[in-house]
Design a protein around this ligand. Sequence first.
Ligand code: PLP
Length: 437
Amino acid sequence: METHVRTDYSMTASPGQVLPVAVRGQGCWLEDADGRRYLDACGGAMVMTLGHGHPRLLEALERQARTLAFTYRFSFRNEPMLDLAERIARVAPGELEWCFFNSSGSEANESAMHLAILYWQALGRSEKRHFLARTSSYHGSTLGALSLSGRWRAPFEPILHPYAAVPNGETAEDGLSALRAAIDARGAETIAAFWVEPLTGSSGAAMELPPGYLQGVREICDEHDILLVADEVISAFGRSGDWFAVDHDGVAPDVITFGKGVGGGLVPLSGMVAARRLREVVSAASGFGYGHTFSGYPLGCAVGCAVIDTVEADGLVEASAARGARLRAGLAELQARHPVIGGLRGRGLLQGIELRDPRTGESFADAAGASERAAAAAKDVGLMIYACPAVLPARRVEAVLLAPPMIITDEEVDEVLARLDAALAAVGRELEARPAD
Ligand code: PLP
């Protein structure tokens, strides 16, 4: 038999970079093949709700794998899927209750696009088939979800729809008048739904919505018969210190999409939960026949149930608020000592650190790569954080994101802060030593 030679680069997701080989994960910690340990303060891409190797999830996975791993949704319903839908309906705001499951956040947003179009068609308003989203946003990499996104479009721009046309606005007033202008420009009669991330992830490092914005969006959408979709692929199920980030504003959208953490990092799982009336209208007409092979598969849904049960039983929504407050207080102390920190934002255990040029105290004028440099400096001291550069219309934002598992202890929060302290000192020195622009 031919021996397979493992090269340094062939298996990495980022060609050209030699990444360490991860071999083990437990709780908030990862270990690589050289025995180095990393405190995982971002769950890769904000995925590890309950940390690595959580016994309750492993048990649910194993039990379900032995019982029934897969059924196809056009042949059977299955118990984990029904149980998961029931759990989500229980914690979701307003009359949100109808769930449809997928594997990725992008698919969840695609399904919400399908649902919105089918809903308006069923009501005899098939001209409502376009969407609006914010210019600084990310909703996924499939072409529909990328059409909704303001970020990472460039190579595909010619084949994308120009949906991400609504400037976010620094204030609620600015954001709402931008939404009104976009609706007027395109005609409300053509718009099926408006997409918003109530707490941003990679499109802006934990930016909250300005106070009053989401309530205003709800009113405008109601006024114009436009569905409101909240993309909570990152924030759903406790990370923000409430079950959903929209709960902080007391607003019930028509659809919430979720993903990432609902599968606990064990299984790909995502979905949407939609208002009862959407289900009623669509099922009385065509039904909802669009989805993917793994939509609602029992193995994934069983893990999803175990995630939600654990969040509930262990009080992790409250824990997220409490550990998040401790993390934020520690970050504020670091800010007082590190000139490279330009600002802090976020809720619960999704916290963003905006970086600034330590030489000028201003945002970076050039592509300094500060976000990646900070993430690399953190990795050097055994801390995983998420690099999050963004280009807003008015300025370039260099930032990093923290999204540790919701099971993190106070001691581990303090350890995150201690390692961050060392990393920020190192990146601050590196940025100060750069040649002048
Ligand atoms: N929506 C938001 C807010 C996200 O942050 C992401 C991924 O980062 C997605 C959607 C897409 O999710 P996925 O990469 O699982 O398709």
